[in-house]
Design a protein around this ligand. Structure first.
Ligand code: AMP
Length: 187
């Protein structure tokens, strides 16, 4: 299965993507994680991404797209993957279509995890305290929510019109949400 997982910042998307990927035995591809790994390793890609991430903005499409194209061309991603955090802009949707078409394949499902905004901000602030993520100050969190609403929310409609969209309630206990996700994907 080739799956895209969407949802607002703090909806638990990353955690759920790891769990679902484990359960379905498919690679978990998180653009945020690839950026953070590059940042930690001090690569040119990490240096480029840093200022955008720290401001709660999206890394430019050219940078993100070529990184994803490279990752999806790797052998383990042939046929199955969970994309977490990509696509996030309409341009990225077109690029992903092109990448997959070039590989002779297409998406099977897009899952949107929904969440309550107030609870999400509280969760993110909590995570900031626990993990000390540089992109998790309150101001940056609010900016990330706005950017998500402006640039990524419209993607839900695109995938819905293609008949690919599944909506899963992301509130509640972590394991419950995982069960809901797996049930939706298996239905
Ligand atoms: P995430 O861990 O998915 O919340 O991503 C962390 C940060 O990485 C985001 O706030 C963006 O700055 C950057 N990022 C991740 N995925 C993308 C994407 N698809 N397009 C642009 N920037 C991204």
């Amino acid at each position: 299965m080739r799956i895209v997982l969407m949802g607002p910042p703090g909806a638990g998307k990353g955690t759920q993507a790891v769990k679902v990927a484990e359960k379905l035995q498919v690679p978990h591809i998180s653009t945020g994680e690839i950026f953070r790994a590059n940042l930690a390793a001090g690569t040119p890609l990490g240096m480029e991404a840093k200022r955008y991430m720290e401001a709660g903005e999206y890394v430019p499409d050219e940078v993100t797209n070529s990184m994803v194209a490279d990752r999806l061309a790797e052998a383990d991603a042939a046929g199955c993957f969970i994309l977490d955090g990509y696509p996030r802009t309409l341009a990225q949707v077109g690029e992903l279509d092109a990448i997959l078409a070039g590989l002779g394949t297409a998406l099977d499902k897009v899952v949107e995890i929904t969440a309550n905004t107030d609870e999400v901000v509280a969760r993110l602030l909590n995570r900031a305290l626990e993990q000390g993520r540089a992109d998790d100050t309150e101001e940056v969190i609010r900016r990330r929510m706005d950017v998500d609403a402006e640039q990524t929310e419209p993607l839900v409609r695109v995938y819905s019109e293609r008949g690919l969209l599944l909506i899963v309630d992301g509130m509640g206990a972590m394991d419950e949400v995982t069960q809901r996700l797996l049930a939706a994907l298996e239905a």
